[in-house]
Ligand binder design. Structure first.
Ligand code: BDP
Length: 722
């Protein structure tokens, strides 16, 4: 017994003596609230924060209070009192409506914070030093509470706080491509977190932590089922399950939305048609929507994938997308619900360049959508590639509300094993200039409504969350969830700033750790582009599952599902001619944008093969031939992954050993796969260029045939029903 006791104390001392917290399994995400390590800072914080003062009461306010109390007691390693009396060194939280104290301050800042924003101020009130977290709504207070905790988590000074912020976009959603059988389409982090079979009886505690995490980054809603929707979601049983999720999300400022299948009136309504102009169909949607609101009074609305990749839609009845969207929108309007109508459509028959089809379909419909319809447009005109130019519909529909759809899950970006920080990709799109209303009309200004004064504004990110203990599979994939949320709130934040926050909150504030990790993250997206699809190449990944390289694929049912359709390599050169010499997809952009890309001589290298078919011996800006430059990019990509491994290996004692190992192993997989991409692609393209891999580069380990014969079976996220 004595022996056991001694061992126990020995172990305890051992843990206490190291600086590292053991067993970090990633569940806590960026909300770890570890006690502030810097002793001087800790003391300063402890002196400034003695308690929390709140008045008023609501579930959302309760969440804010609770988060602040638990977060601060852990960060400051002391008990935090809550009460309604203002004392020295208190944090005063609330709204003017629920707190007489806050009302008495007449804060001018609250004129700028809108419905969900907040202000955080260092203030002397009645001779007492306080920090005020005030907003116009309880949700605003909650967001402010998380931001305040973040200041401490990232070791920021609290002396002269003067933060005033409000979200630039109103509807900030995650789209779960989660099926009712719990598989996740394009999901690489396990099964769905929604345990449909156990709902509504059993509420997994994870739902609450999910909502907390989203609230901490400003996400205010979720579409909880796959866009390839199973119609069952609209039946009474499933609505009750959805309502149970909504009940957990609500105190964290989040609303539930559902993906609806266009043929629901037939499939569950037993009608003969789903024609949106049919009176019975309209009535069916109205009744169904009314029913939904009896279960979920604050239901947000529907996302609809119609006439896209085999899904039914209005065109089955020779009706337009607007007619389809409007019929459903009319049912939602009395309840203030919205329809997010996806623009990701391309026809089964049309031989037109696939990247042109969505614009061709929707441009003529501008102005014909109801005011509660918002068009959900993917960031690029093809499909979430490592790099695409921005979608030409951004800026082309002045009379329509248009929202952004990003894909956080890494379907085309290395799936579950590649470290790819997506903020640079998101920023590249948001900051792209559409020139729709002159210079500076960025994509961000289209979707935040400021370009055309739209008040219905939104953004959706296809979730990368599953039931893996650490939520996202790859420890660094959490950063993409985080970054997406941060950008939905404030698209002017830089990828650097966001990475900085995330690293500090997730791992450590130690500069020796933060600096190299940040550098590694910031370069990672470009690195992935290099070893997968450099110089504007696109969609050359494996058939169906999109895992690994397959530029040779030419056997899929439709031409525009095949990689050969996209790279168009031949004896002369490589690339998809999208200028007027080719498909002229470029004509869908404003003249100023066309000018940037139209001439191969001035077109940025990043987009060269997206817009041009370029001869193998063409001289690039680097002075190299296209062939040499292409090889250089592929090789550089691999080298950069090796550099990432090197960087990470030096941080062994700077982070949790379990996480360190996890990332180390995944980086090794990434290196292997980058080499696979490189070797497969350069050898395949060499069959067209008829040129050798330039001297000095390591020769591929295996011949092309070897790579062509690799069959990936059972890749995650592919199929499995809905
Ligand atoms: C593609 C995915 C497919 C989705 C589709 C969509 O491969 O699984 O259903 O997009 O967005 O990227 O509807």
């Amino acid at each position: 017994m004595l022996y056991m006791k001694t061992t126990f104390y020995l172990l305890l001392t051992l843990f206490a003596c190291t600086n590292i917290s053991f067993g970090e399994d990633g569940y806590r995400l960026w909300l770890r609230y570890e006690t502030v390590k810097d002793k001087a800072l800790l003391t300063a914080y402890q002196q400034k924060i003695r308690g929390i003062c709140t008045e008023g009461n609501s579930p959302v306010l309760e969440s804010a209070k609770e988060e602040l109390t638990t977060g601060l007691s852990s960060l400051l390693s002391k008990k935090i009192n809550t009460g309604t009396i203002l004392q020295n060194n208190t944090i005063l939280i609330g709204t003017a409506a629920n707190s007489a104290l806050i009302a008495s301050l007449h804060l001018a800042e609250l004129l700028q914070t809108g419905q969900e924003g907040y202000t955080i101020l260092t203030k002397n009130i009645q001779g007492k030093n306080c920090i005020v977290i005030a907003a116009n709504s309880d949700a605003g207070v909650l967001y402010g509470a998380f931001r305040f905790l973040q200041l401490l988590q990232t070791n920021k000074p609290l002396d002269r706080l003067s933060i005033v912020t409000s979200p630039k976009i109103n509807i900030r959603l995650l789209n779960h491509w989660d099926n009712l059988n719990r598989t996740v389409e394009r999901g690489y982090a396990g099964f769905s977190i929604w345990k449909w079979h156990l709902l509504p009886g059993y509420i997994d505690p994870r739902y609450r932590d999910y909502a907390r995490a989203n609230a901490s980054i400003g996400i205010n809603g979720a579409v909880i089922n796959n866009v390839n929707a199973n119609v069952q979601i609209l039946t009474k049983d499933y609505l009750k399950k959805a309502a149970a999720i909504a009940d957990v999300l609500r105190p964290w400022g989040m609303k539930v939305y559902l993906a609806a299948k266009f043929s629901a009136p037939i499939e569950i309504g037993k009608l003969k048609t789903a024609d949106p102009l049919d009176e019975e169909v309209k009535e069916w949607w109205k009744k169904k929507v009314d029913e939904i609101y009896t279960y979920i009074p604050d239901f947000g609305g529907f996302v609809v994938k119609a006439n896209s990749e085999g899904q039914p839609g209005p065109q089955n009845y020779k009706r337009s997308h607007a007619e389809g969207a409007n019929a459903i929108a009319d049912a939602l309007a009395p309840h203030n619900g919205i329809v997010m109508w996806r623009a990701f459509v391309y026809s089964n028959e049309t031989p037109v360049d696939r990247t042109k089809q969505s614009y061709n379909e929707f441009k003529p419909l501008d102005g014909s959508f109801r005011s509660n319809v918002i068009l959900q447009v993917k960031n690029g005109p093809l499909d979430f590639q490592p790099r695409e130019p921005f979608h030409p519909l951004f800026g082309a529909l002045p009379k329509t509300s248009v929202m952004m759809e990003f894909q956080i899950t890494q379907e085309y970006l290395g799936q579950g094993t590649h470290l790819v920080y997506e903020a640079p990709l998101m920023k590249e799109v948001l900051d792209a200039d559409t020139y729709a209303k002159g210079k500076g009309t960025t994509v961000a200004k289209i979707i935040d409504g400021s370009a055309e004064q739209h008040s219905l504004t939104g953004i959706a990110g296809v979730s990368n969350i599953g039931d893996d203990r650490n939520w996202c599979g790859h420890p660094f994939a959490q950063a993409n969830w985080y970054a997406y949320g941060k950008l939905t709130w404030d698209h002017s934040m830089s990828a650097d700033e966001i990475a900085d926050e995330w690293i500090r909150m997730t791992f450590s504030n130690d500069a020796v750790f933060v600096k190299p990790v940040k550098q590694m993250m910031l370069g990672s997206r470009e690195t992935m582009v290099r070893y997968m699809t450099p110089l504007g190449l696109h969609h050359i990944m494996g058939d169906g599952h999109h895992y690994g390289p397959s530029p040779w694929s030419d056997k899929l049912g439709r031409a525009d599902w095949n990689p050969v359709y996209y790279h168009r390599a031949d004896s002369i050169g490589i690339g998809f001619e999208r200028t007027e010499k080719g498909s002229n997809a470029l004509e869908q952009y404003m003249p100023e944008v066309r000018k940037i890309y139209a001439d191969a001589a001035t077109c940025p290298d990043e987009y060269l093969l997206w817009f041009h078919h370029i001869p193998w011996n063409y001289q690039m800006k680097s002075g190299k031939t296209l062939w040499n430059e292409l090889c250089t990019q592929y090789y550089k990509g691999v080298e950069e992954v090796r550099a990432m491994q090197e960087t990470w290996s030096k941080l062994k004692n700077k982070t949790d050993p379990e996480q360190f190992e996890h990332v180390t192993m995944l980086l090794a997989v990434q290196e292997k796969e980058a080499v696979w991409w490189r070797n497969a692609c350069v050898q395949y393209f060499a069959t067209f260029s008829k040129q050798p891999i330039p001297a000095g580069f390591e020769q591929p380990e295996y011949p092309l045939e070897y790579y062509k014969n690799i069959r990936v079976q059972f890749a995650p996220g592919n199929g499995g029903g809905n």
